[in-house]
Design a protein around this ligand. Structure first.
Ligand SMILES: [Zn+2]
Length: 73
């Protein structure tokens, strides 16, 4: 029975791929009701849109820095 702790394999509810449950990432459902687990690839896909928003924020910061430089010159 020592091998049981090695990792239970469960199917990802999103993509159906069988992955180690330990490696899955907990995801909150809509409105925080019901928590599910997704494989790393699916969890990353959910997180990616948030990461894409960062470059836009950096652009805004760069614009502000340019304006400050222009004001000094
Ligand atoms: Zn998946």
């Amino acid at each position: 029975m020592a091998g049981v702790d090695a990792g239970e394999r469960v199917p990802c509810p999103s993509c159906g791929q069988t992955v180690l449950q330990k490696a899955m990432i907990p995801i909150l459902g809509d409105g925080g009701t019901g928590m599910g687990y997704l494989c790393v690839a699916c969890a990353r896909a959910l997180i990616t849109p948030v990461a894409d928003a960062d470059p836009g924020g950096q652009d805004a910061d760069a614009d502000a820095a340019e304006e400050a430089e222009a004001a000094q010159a």
